[in-house]
Every structure is written in structure tokens, then in C-alpha cells.
Design a protein around this ligand. Structure first.
Ligand SMILES: Nc1nc2c(ncn2[C@@H]2O[C@H](COP(=O)(O)OP(=O)(O)OP(=O)(O)O)[C@@H](O)[C@H]2O)c(=O)[nH]1
Ligand SMILES: [Mg+2]
Length: 357
């Protein structure tokens, strides 16, 4: 899953990027995006590996793009939106970091900041649509289906954006078919992407109970998006500690867990994703699929050959393993299920795929 860390300037994007990926990042960085990978912590992987002896554990990952800060157009200055947003055209979701801390004499104004950023998203998309329209009109003269579809979508989202509404709200209201949404993705329209709002709180509100974090939460709820609150600078400190020290620091601060698991859960809900697992001597591994994916589609996440040549899947749940302690015991208890092509994977399934190519 690819996620873009976006937001206005100096809100803590790069700080959060460093905390999540463990890479240095460039604080207050120049106009270029950093790219890094975060392993998604998952207690179910450890549980599986306790009962299925294995050489290595491979977690699901998040690929993070740390976008440069966006400066809205001001008196005499041009907006930097086009450049900034070009680096997140291909991501699956946006993590919109909102400043909820006061660096000194600058009280947070999350609603104003969210509105400012949202306007820039919409303007950037409007620009894309206006640039693409003349070309789309020319190619539509060929009457080729693809060209006609593209023109149709551009004509549909243009007025929507002109009314200062993000494309994602058109999708939410069912104004675009699945096929039209695919065209929107191809166009790289950024206001179409779903958003996880990150309230970056100061050390004085680690619980995220203050007015600023609440405003971010309310906004996310009103838009049917997701939100988390975290303190990016504290997360950097946490990420540098070994496990026992980290646990101690969390406890001392009264925080339940580091930010990454909550952030990952938010993204999974936002995008309608779930995990399944494969377990063997070589590795125990987590795979990310769409909720509702069928067994062959899940197999396809591992390799296209497994989807093409899918015969059946042998499936049990992590809960079965926790209860019965081994695959052998699961089999003996008659709990190893044999599932066919129509099976919809459930969250927390452990699967072996049988295939033939
Ligand atoms: N108090 C406080 N300061 C923070 C926090 N997160 C970031 N900062 C500070 O805010 C400043 C900007 O942080 P960056 O992480 O570079 O912000 P950015 O959003 O990447 O900035 P640009 O890339 O320039 O847009 C730095 O001085 C950070 O130390 C936080 O959670 N609390
Ligand atoms: Mg930065």
C-alpha cells in the first residue's frame, strides 16, 4: 500500500516520516519527496510463528512518500501545489498531517489549515482537468471507446471541482461508476484519494483530547474519512529506543501504543483492506488484500501463477491456531477448511494454496 504524507509546510510530515520508516528524512526539506518503507507491526504474526516454526517473519508494509510542504498561493506568490502534488499522484491514500501543536506563538488552526490544503487539492485537479480537456476532445473524435470515456469523466468532474468540491465526495455520493473511478485514478486526480487525517499534537496533549485534535477528528468524521492523533516528535524518540525502553517510556507517558499500528489500522479501514497469512518453514508472512477478496484473488497477491492455476485453498484462522496450538491439531479437530474459487477470505485467515500451472 502506498501512502502520501501531505499537508501544509512545517506541520511535521518529515518528522513523522522519520519516526515511521526509521530513515533520517530531511527536516524542513527541499522540494523533493522522500520515499521509505514502514513494517506494519502485527501481533498475529508472532502468534503464528510461536506455533508454526519458521526461519523468518515478513510483515505487511506501508510505502510512504514524504511530500514537500505545500504553501498556498499568497499575495504575489504562486501556489506550490502542482509540484508538491505531482509526487503523490499514484499513491493509494493521503495522510494529511495537520498541525495541532504550538511551536511558540502560533496557536494551531486545524480547520483553517485543512480548508486551505483542500482548496489547493481542488485547484490542482482543476488544472489537470483543464489541461487534459482539449486533448481529450481531439482524441474523442476518433470515437474510440477509451477516449470517449476519458472525455466523459473530465466533463463530469470539471463542474464538480469548479464548485470547490473534491472528487472524493463525488465518489462518496455515487456520482462516478467503478469504471469512471478507474479513469479518475489514471488521471491522477489527488482530490479523489481517500484521506487519513493525522492530528500532530504537542507534548501537552498526548491523549489527543484537546480542541485542535478534536476539530481534526470531527472533520474526518463529517467527511466519512479516518483520523488518528499522534505526536510526531515524540514518535521519533520512541522509534530510536529498544523494545523494553520503549514500553517503559510509553507507560510513563500513559500512551497505549506507538502511532504506527493505529495509523495502519486507520488506513486499512479507510481503504477497506484486510490481512491474510501464509505460514511455513521458510517464512510466516502477512499479505494485504481488499476486504471481500476471493481465495484466487488472495492467491494472486502472492503470485499471478497462483491465481491463474488456483485449485483450492486450505484455510484456518489465527484464532484456531491460538486455541489448538498446531496445524496438526487443527486438522485432527476437523477445523482445516477446504475452500474453492468462490470463497471470500476472512480477516485473519491462514491459507495454503494448491495450484497447477
Ligand atoms: N512541538 C512539536 N514540534 C514538532 C512536531 N512535529 C514536528 N515539529 C517541528 O516542526 C518543524 C517542522 O517539522 P518537519 O517535520 O520538517 O515538518 P514538514 O511538514 O516536513 O515541513 P516541510 O517539509 O518544510 O513542509 C520542526 O522544527 C519540527 O521539530 C511535534 O509533534 N511537536
Ligand atoms: Mg518535510
Amino acid at each position: 500500500m502506498d501512502v502520501g504524507l501531505v499537508g501544509l509546510s512545517y506541520v511535521g510530515k518529515t518528522t513523522l516520516f522519520s519516526a515511521l520508516t526509521g530513515s533520517a528524512g530531511e527536516v524542513g526539506g527541499a522540494m523533493k519527496a522522500g520515499v521509505g518503507v514502514a513494517n506494519i507491526p502485527d501481533p498475529r504474526l508472532d502468534l503464528i510463528a510461536r506455533h508454526v516454526p519458521t526461519k523468518k517473519i515478513v510483515p505487511a508494509t506501508l510505502r510512504l512518500v514524504d511530500a514537500p510542504g505545500l504553501t498556498p498561493a499568497g499575495a504575489g506568490a504562486e501556489s506550490t501545489a502542482g509540484k508538491v502534488l505531482a509526487c503523490v499522484r499514484e499513491v493509494d491514500a493521503l495522510c494529511h498531517v495537520v498541525r495541532c501543536f504550538d511551536p511558540g506563538g502560533q496557536p494551531p488552526a486545524p480547520e483553517r489549515d485543512i480548508d486551505a490544503f483542500e482548496s489547493e487539492l481542488i485547484l490542482a485537479d482543476l488544472q489537470v482537468v483543464e489541461n487534459a480537456l482539449p486533448r481529450a476532445e481531439r482524441s474523442a473524435r476518433s470515437r474510440e471507446k477509451k477516449a470517449l470515456d476519458r472525455l466523459e469523466v473530465l466533463k463530469k468532474v470539471g463542474p464538480w471541482l469548479e464548485e470547490a468540491r473534491p472528487v472524493r465526495s463525488a465518489i462518496a455520493q455515487g456520482a462516478l461508476t467503478a469504471q469512471e473511478q478507474a479513469v479518475v485514478r489514471e488521471l491522477g486526480l489527488v482530490s479523489a484519494k481517500r484521506v487519513l487525517y493525522v492530528a500532530n499534537v504537542g507534548e501537552d496533549d498526548l491523549a489527543g483530547a484537546g480542541a485542535a485534535a478534536s476539530a481534526v477528528r470531527d472533520r474526518a468524521r463529517a467527511d466519512a474519512m479516518e483520523s488518528v492523533s499522534l505526536c510526531a516528535s515524540l514518535e521519533v524518540e520512541l522509534s530510536r529506543l529498544d523494545e523494553p525502553d520503549r514500553a517503559e517510556m510509553l507507560e510513563g507517558l500513559g500512551i497505549a501504543e506507538p502511532a504506527l499500528p493505529a495509523l495502519a489500522r486507520g488506513l486499512f479501514r479507510l481503504l477497506g483492506l484486510q490481512c491474510f497469512y501464509t505460514a511455513g518453514e521458510k517464512e510466516v508472512r502477512a499479505w494485504t488484500i481488499r476486504a471481500g477478496a476471493t481465495a484466487p484473488q488472495a492467491a494472486g497477491a502472492i503470485h499471478s501463477d497462483l491465481e491463474r492455476g488456483f485449485i483450492r485453498a486450505e484455510v484456518y484462522s489465527v484464532a484456531d491456531l491460538e486455541e489448538l496450538k498446531s496445524e496438526k491439531a487443527i486438522k485432527e479437530a476437523g477445523r482445516l477448511r477446504v475452500e474453492g474459487k468462490a470463497y471470500a477470505m476472512r480477516d485473519g485467515d491462514v491459507a495454503h494454496f494448491l495450484f497447477n500451472v
